[in-house]
Design a protein. Sequence first.
Length: 650
Amino acid sequence: MPSNTIVERVVADLLKYPPFDQLDPAVLKDLAESVTLTYHEEGEVIFSKGDSLKGHAFMVMKGAVRLFDSIDGKEVLVDLCDEGDIFGVRAIFAHHDYVLTAQVAEESLLFELPVDKIRHLLETEPRVSLFFAGAFAKSVEEIEHTLSEAFDVDRRLFGEQSCNNFLQNETLEVKPVTTVITCPPDISIQEAAKIMSDRNIGSIIVVSPENHPLGIITDTDLTKKVVSRPGSIKERPVSSIMSSPVYTISGGKTIADMVMLMVKTKLRHFCITEDGSPDSPVAGIISEHDIITSEGNNPAVIMKAIMQASDRDQLKEQRNKTESLLQVYIGQEVAVHFISNIVTEINDAIITRAVDFSLKELEEEGEYKCADIPFCWLSLGSEGRKEQLLRTDQDNAILYAEPPEGEKEKAHEYFLALGRKVTGILQHCGFVKCPADVMASNPVWCQPISVWKGYFSKWIVTPEPKAVMHSTIFFDFRPVYGQARLAAELKQEIFSLIAKNRGFLGFFAKNALQNPPPLGFFRNFLVEKSRDHANEFDIKARAMMPLSDAARVLSYELKVPEYFSTAERFKRLGTLVPGMKDLGAEAAAGYEFLMRLRAVNGLANKSSGRYIKPETLNKIDRQTLRNVFSTIDKVQKTLNLRFQLDYIRD
């Protein structure tokens, strides 16, 4: 154990910076006793991209550390950490290798913070938990943003379109062939060719007795070096025509890694060995075909397939692939905001094609003649907020321009037929019907803009319980197809109505407090009692809705025009509401944690993920969930104080 003087010095240093300035003295002293101070010279590499995670994170006490990626031999700076900054937090949350290189920019003193100590603080100190969760999410966001900028500048390798694909491939791992066919160097070319033919493979690895790679023979080698040459050399040993040395790599490579290697080496086959060197046994092989196959789980490829789809079955196939993509992203701890953006783009593309198909069918049927009336397809609820990671139930509507006199009934029939066709296609793709029938196939929710303005006017002017309930669904509308100006006009109308009827916000806010956080959850296991979900925790009603409801109220009060997600709303509110910056960031991080937890549960149980068995949660998830409950409590108290809700009667 370090001397008391050293511990006191470490305590004093830690107290200068968050989140340690929030800890009780005894807790901070315990942490300080486990911290190691290390000296590093300029240019020293702390860890490299691809290195295994260390048992500690780092905090800069003096000096500076560069975090960068390397693309085609060119460094791309992601962050420069100076005094008080913490880096290497991936070791706390992730299970995969480092994705950046950390190099000392100038002579530095670093604190090494043991991972086990930090994880203990995550379980016992809510502020520490949310700080590090935010730091991890921020690091992923910075990587994505910086690499996006880098590829915007340098498109030399990938061209205009595939540049963006490269970033999306950054986290997608190529699945190698692990049952590798090999042969010794002294067998004949003819024997090797027969093995390749019998096994229907395009290459064979030539290995030593220790199973170390010596060379490789491909179909191209046989064509160029054997078939095309005069005379017969088929009896010669394979070593005479093999390509050597073999390019060896370690496992776990992403599509981005492999595309870069193919460009740099101009090779199409790569041998995986146990330690990545040619002096260890063969463990697998990656070919150009494997990379292309992995591209099937690339969001850009899925999007392209959707936009080229010719029927609903092809749309369903691509949405099924999206579920696999979601599984990969969740497993590789990709930031939730990035996942939700990708899935939303795919869902929107499916809706777009479904509308295209349906419009074409209506035209071919020739029964209706209202295709020239502008309209807008609206996504509502979680899809409207860009949060529908799993295929939960549909919430949608159609908003169309005012038809000419005498054509109102015909227009309504036309758009209702459109709504029924589109919702049918979406149901075919796995998006189940809304139990409350809040869909564009319902005549009530397929209306011209005058009717929609009338709906919102009634809900806002007379905010009785059913009206407020409708508000929680329909106020999250987002235009997906058609004339977005119609949606913008409707939103401005809502802002105007709220300004004239300020009392509505009080009822709206009061409704947002109907689901208080279950702060006693871990003591009393506050779970459902219904037959279908007995003893399960409803993450949607008891954790997600309280946050999304509060964010919605404040966004409409402050006239935020964008069609934001809940997390995006809280981030914006942090800049608009005095004193809410920290709480806004905390609530955004908490909501994204809930989205991830629900997605993990849904994928594991092939369900909507809404109902969770408490006993399936690990210790850190349970503690983080409790911390989120504390955040919900603070958000609801802020809402209560802001609108003086204690004085509003039900």
